[in-house]
Design a binder for this molecule. Sequence first.
Ligand SMILES: Nc1ncnc2c1ncn2[C@@H]1O[C@H](COP(=O)(O)OP(=O)(O)OP(=O)(O)O)[C@@H](O)[C@H]1O
Ligand SMILES: [Mg+2]
Length: 315
Amino acid sequence: MKMTYREAFGAAFPEDELRFEPSEGYDEFVPRGSQDFVFNVDLTRDLVMVLLSGSSDGLFIFGPTGCGKSSHIREVFARLKMPMIGMTCTEATTSADFIGSWVLVGDDGMRWLDGPLTIAVREGLPLVLDEMDQMRPEELVILNGILDGSPLVIPQLGGEVIAIHPRFRLIATGNSNGTWDGSNAYVGVKRQNMAFMDRMIVARAAYMDPEVERMLLEKAFLGTTITSDIIKKAIELANDIRAQFLAGRIGMTFSTRSLKRWMRLTIAYHRQDHPLRMALLKALVNRAEPVDQEVIFRAAAALFGNAFGSGDTLS
Ligand SMILES: Nc1ncnc2c1ncn2[C@@H]1O[C@H](COP(=O)(O)OP(=O)(O)OP(=O)(O)O)[C@@H](O)[C@H]1O
Ligand SMILES: [Mg+2]
C-alpha cells in the first residue's frame, strides 16, 4: 500500500511516503476510526515507525488519563487500515491469560483457546496492551524473550513452539513511566521490571496543545448551544486543573475525555438553569474529593461568571 503521511493523518504532516504491505484477511481486527481525530505528530511518528520499520522494539506510551494514548493507537491503525489485537490489563492479568487456556466445551470435552499473545505472534498482528502498568511485573517477563525474537513456547500445549511472525509488535499504554510515579492518583499502578522496560521505546504523551484542543472542540460542538467563548474558557479551566494536578496540588485532572463530556452534557441540559454548572458537576466534579470540588467550582465560577450560576456550592 502506498500513501503519504499527509493523506493518512492530515495537513500537519509532511508528504513523506508510507509504503507497506496491507494485511489481508483480518478486516474485523481493524479498529474503526473517527474522521475528526487530531493526530499528534510525534506520537503518530513513533507509532508508524514501530509498526512499519523492521525493528522488534516494543513501544510504551505513558501519560495522564484521557490525554489520548489509547485513541491515538486505535486511530493510527484505522488510518493505515491495519489490524491489531487489543487487551486491557489489570492486576489480575497473568501470562497464562496472554497465552491461552483449556476450556470445557459442552460434551466435547476440553478445547484449547489461543490467548491474544499467541494469536498475535502466530498471525503477525500487533498486540496492544492498555493499562500495562497495572500488571504485576513478573507476569510480563514472558514478553522479554518475545521482544528479543525468541519463539513463544506454550507449556500447556506440550511445549509447542511458535515462531514470532515478522509483523508481530508490542504496543502498550500506561499512566506511569514504569517506575510508578509515587503519587496515589492512579490506583493500582506498579513499578515494572527494568529488564522488560529496557526492551521498549518509551514515549511520553501529554494533554493536547490548547490551540489544537480548541480546534477539536469547535469542530465537534460549534453550531450547538456551545459558543467559541465557552470553548475558550472551558479549555482554560481544563488546563488550570491539569497544571494543578501535575504539580501535585489537587488529586483530580481534567482529561480531553471529560472536557468533551462536559460540552455534550451542557448541550443536553440546555433547557435547565445553568447548564454549564450541571454538566460540569456530572462530567467531573461529582467524582472529585470535596477539597478538589471546591477548587474546580471556584475556578469555573471565576471564568464563566453569571453563566455559571452564583456561589461555590455544589448543588
Ligand atoms: N487527539 C485527539 N483527537 C480527538 N479526540 C481525542 C484526542 N485525544 C483524546 N481525545 C478524546 O479523549 C478521549 C480519551 O482518550 P483516550 O481514551 O485515548 O485517553 P488515554 O490517554 O488512553 O486515557 P487513560 O489513561 O484513561 O486510558 C477519546 O475517546 C477522545 O474522545
Ligand atoms: Mg487508555
